[in-house]
Design a protein around this ligand. Sequence first.
Ligand SMILES: Cc1cc2nc3c(=O)[nH]c(=O)nc-3n(C[C@H](O)[C@H](O)[C@H](O)COP(=O)(O)OP(=O)(O)OC[C@H]3O[C@@H](n4cnc5c(N)ncnc54)[C@H](O)[C@@H]3O)c2cc1C
Length: 499
Amino acid sequence: MPRTSDQTSFLCAGDSIQIGVETASVVTSTVDITSPLPEYDVIVLGAGFAGLVAARDLSCAGVKVLLLEARDRIGGRTYTSRLHGQNVEMGGTWIHWSQPHVFHEIHRYGLQDQLKRSVGTLSPFHGGPEFVYSFSGGQLRKLTNEDYEVRMKTMMEAFFNVDGALGRSILEWPHNPSFDSVDAKKLQSLSAKDRFEQICEQFSAQDQDLLSAMLAAIGTTSLDKIALYDLFKWWALSGYTVEDFFAATASFKLSCGTTELARCILADFKGDMLFNSPVAGIEQGSKVVVTLKTGQKIRSARVVCTVPLNVLHNITFTPPLSPKKLSASKEGHVTKGLKVHMYTKQPLQTVFTSSAPPQPLTFGFTESHLPSDGGTFSVFFFQNDSIDLTSPESIARDFTLQIMSGTVIPDAVAPDAILCHDWTSDEFARGAWCTFRPGFGEEYFLEVRRREGRVWFASADWAEGWRGFIDGAIEQGTHAAREILEEMREASGKVRSVL
Ligand SMILES: Cc1cc2nc3c(=O)[nH]c(=O)nc-3n(C[C@H](O)[C@H](O)[C@H](O)COP(=O)(O)OP(=O)(O)OC[C@H]3O[C@@H](n4cnc5c(N)ncnc54)[C@H](O)[C@@H]3O)c2cc1C
């Protein structure tokens, strides 16, 4: 299997660290930038899920498209690696049938039989972890799965029940922010901490830690930095119940890997592809001129820019991006935590574990047990700034210390392998999934989404529905392609639609 040249992904096994991980997401360019390229109808910038879908939909409708990507691979913040015969998701992972755009794509490519559950996720009525651990009051507390679920149900319902209807009346239309009520808009400026403080006194200190760990996991940061609106959005989109919240956000994944879904979309794309080509500038006149970091220029009539919020400001736009869009990108979203996969030859208990800020771990769980040699895969998410991101060595060292400290899982076991992509140090992401700080949505949401001239902006980071999810990326790519096709049809009436 090929290995990505992404410099912030690595496999650490024993004393050896290999930069770049094995993945089937590495793809070869179909055009060579050293020879002159034609002028395109549309350049789609970024081959994550937003870009892949936009490029496929446009090209299938007869539009001449170039898919242009900084990395050597597709999938962006979502791609699959492999270790010991197992698929390992380096970024985006869990999907659910309540996520309409991604599930539509899963069905389109016949992958609906490929769903599987991560074994240690919280799954009321379906097994789940043997035990739940929580570091609280200076010790690792052990609960049964049932006990944990009862406590979380009580606390989460108290948290979201601001309207006597478990949030149903305050955020009635979670896929359509333009329908937000006055009360829903108020959630934008409040923080998760504001609401937590209103309800926390009814619960013991240890249970408060359980709840704040769960809420902090949504942004891998402290509750004061997470918009209350974002929490309500996840809750409402999931179906306003604790059971559906766990199921929709972190339970089911594709056994074939997310890269298989990305490859299916790419297989239907009918245009040109250019990888390893970071864009430095986008200049608009009667055409758009896209300048690569190498200085080469490519022309098109329109651009779909799917570059993530946290790095959009690194591209020089002429005329400049609107001042508000630029400020939004410079500030960025807040999720800058770390996801780390651990493989141990020693079989471990099936567990879920969590801890509240300022503990480094936010949450983690058993992913799978290997039937062949009895080893265990586990995944852990750490708070922003809690692990030293200076180098793969520092990440592996800090991670191992955490695992062996007795604050994360009961077994003080040393990892036999660590797989990680440090998205915060990644120059083409500078963060993981999108979570807004209080007030950010009110200030910037409409502006970051707004088309500027011949450039459309499409990213999971400003999706209307599942913002910050694979589903949101597909929503955005679909919309951008549709709008461009409509505009082109109006202009010429010549574009063939097969959508
Ligand atoms: C650790 C982690 C865990 C996650 N967990 C989940 C989950 O369980 N479920 C879920 O649904 N979502 C999850 N997400 C979120 C999900 O992965 C993202 O929301 C989604 O993949 C974003 O897709 P996108 O196409 O909008 O952006 P991206 O995937 O970021 O794609 C943008 C593309 O633009 C490229 N690019 C950037 N700058 C340039 C440039 N200058 N020139 C050329 N190209 C450029 C990038 O290389 C990238 O390929 C997770 C994300 C992370 C990182």
